[in-house]
Write a protein of this length. Structure first.
Length: 202
């Protein structure tokens, strides 16, 4: 499900708009091609995005009111200016017209695709961090007394089994892994078993 918030760009509502940035996965910054002032405000808004939004937020720059009958005399901002500004910030760029239905769908499809790619990348990075934790556990296991190695190896298998359960969200998996790793020091010095999901693991 996609939630879309249409926020105004007026200065008097500036602080209200910023409240949405930290939770946003994607942001469309717009200016009107027949309003030079709106175009010149984009750098300020982009600075706010970089400051307040997450580092992996997807951003698309859009020049609106690019109606099919618009000529150069009716413009205050050229297509090239918009494109160059988008390239400066490393974001996608479109000119669009709600009146003539130009690029409207494409903008949202592009933004949704970038959001999905960012989510996939975040999942990959999470799994890589988890693998690093597994490696730490393996190294700890090799340093244990022989009678305790079996316990640690059983824990590793239990963790792997936990991660294979599709019903567990990645964030929950990561939290569970950290909790287990935190208990490893206790096991290393004192215990010969550990409880995982209320089950005694030898």
């Amino acid at each position: 499900m996609v939630q879309i918030w249409d926020t105004p760009g007026q200065e008097r509502l500036h602080n209200t708009v910023l409240n949405y940035f930290d939770k946003a996965q994607g942001i469309i910054l717009t200016y009107a091609v027949n309003d030079r002032k709106s175009f010149e405000s984009i750098p300020e808004w982009m600075a706010e995005v970089r400051k307040s939004a997450s580092s992996d937020v997807a951003v698309v720059l859009v020049g609106t009111k690019a109606d099919s009958g618009l000529d150069d005399e009716g413009r205050s901002v050229s297509f090239l200016e918009g494109k160059m500004l988008a390239e400066k910030y490393g974001v996608q760029f479109f000119e669009a017209s709600a009146k003539d239905n130009i690029n409207v769908d494409k903008i949202f499809y592009t933004l949704a695709k970038e959001i999905k790619e960012a989510m996939v990348q975040k999942e990959i990075e999470r799994e890589e961090r988890n693998e690093e934790e597994f490696e730490k556990i393996r190294k700890m296991t090799n340093l244990l007394e022989p009678k305790k190695r079996g316990c640690f190896k059983a824990i590793i298998e239990a963790i792997k089994s936990l991660f294979k359960k599709k019903k567990n969200k990645s964030a929950k998996k990561e939290k569970k892994l950290k909790e287990i790793c935190a208990s490893m020091q206790v096991i290393k010095s004192k215990a010969s078993y550990v409880l995982i999901d209320n089950k005694r693991i030898h």
